[in-house]
Design a binder for this molecule. Sequence first.
Ligand SMILES: [Zn+2]
Ligand SMILES: [Zn+2]
Length: 367
Amino acid sequence: MKAITLTPHTTTIQIQDWPEPTIQHPDEIKVQVLSVGICGTDREEVSGGRADAPAGEKELIIGHEMLSKVVEVGAKVTTFKPGDLAVITVRRECPSCPACAIARSDMCLTGNYTERGIKGRHGFQAQYVVDKVQYAIPVAPNIQKIAVLAEPMSVVQKAIDEATTIQRARLPYLQNKANWLEGKCTIVAGLGPIGILAAIALRLRGANVVGIDIVDETSPRVKILRAIGGSYFNAKIDKPETIGQKHPYIDVIFDGAGIAELDFDLWNLLGINGIFVLTGVPGAQRLINVDGAALMRKLVLKNQVMVGSVNESLQHFKNGLDDLVAASKKWPGVVDKMITQRFAYKDFAQAFGKHTQDEIKVVIDWL
Ligand SMILES: [Zn+2]
Ligand SMILES: [Zn+2]
């Protein structure tokens, strides 16, 4: 079969012939890859950054955001049959921590987890993949066109789940509310794929969403945000403080950008008992000045929480797929617009090439 491989810590990526995986155990499934999304992590990997081949190997098949079709199932598999759509999760448990022992490798304590396509385990940019059925989630056929967004959407689900768990636990007046986000005022910083998906998930839960980016009004990012009922704030034109004039009480700030300067500015807008959820991983950025004492004062006097969230559990994948189904019903055709470019796998070099201004999610099609 064909696979896109990277020699980790170099910029050498290529398509090569690779042995096709076969089912070795009765609890495994074999899938044909349909499409694989590319994100900042992939771009970091192929620029020579964070990536590890499996132990003893020199190359890594990249790719971790996938959609596939089942072609074969092991003898003990009852939950999938050939022809079903499936997504496969990314992270695999370490052998020795209590989080991994209960299938929550997203909370791994040792750091010895592996990740398909990123860390010590081959990924999904290939024609076929075999994995244990416990890591596969069924996909409804009516969202086939957007289900490749399942992985980034699961990142969003975990972050919102973290915020929900924390806020419900500490704010007694939220404990009996079926949907604590209903009517809440939220800010989403950065309208890349994670930010837009966060805006979608928050709007589905009835929250008001102010999305912040630096693209102009005609950008597809802004069009999608407006189509789901969010409002746009251009941080290139206005200072974030002015958001506070229109929205004096912000309950939740969701960071999908990882831009330190913007986030610390936004903190001034967070209301009493508010929560700031971080999912963006900052790259090298210039040093910024932060008034640490003022920050601590705000945290204490306003009962605020800042929480970081990475990766996801199997349940977050399921929740994410449910949200994609709900979003495609509520706003037909809108989520589809997030996939701005599709490339055949042979054209992978173009897919990893320069960003265009209108780009949101680039996808490689394997079929
Ligand atoms: Zn990703
Ligand atoms: Zn672990």
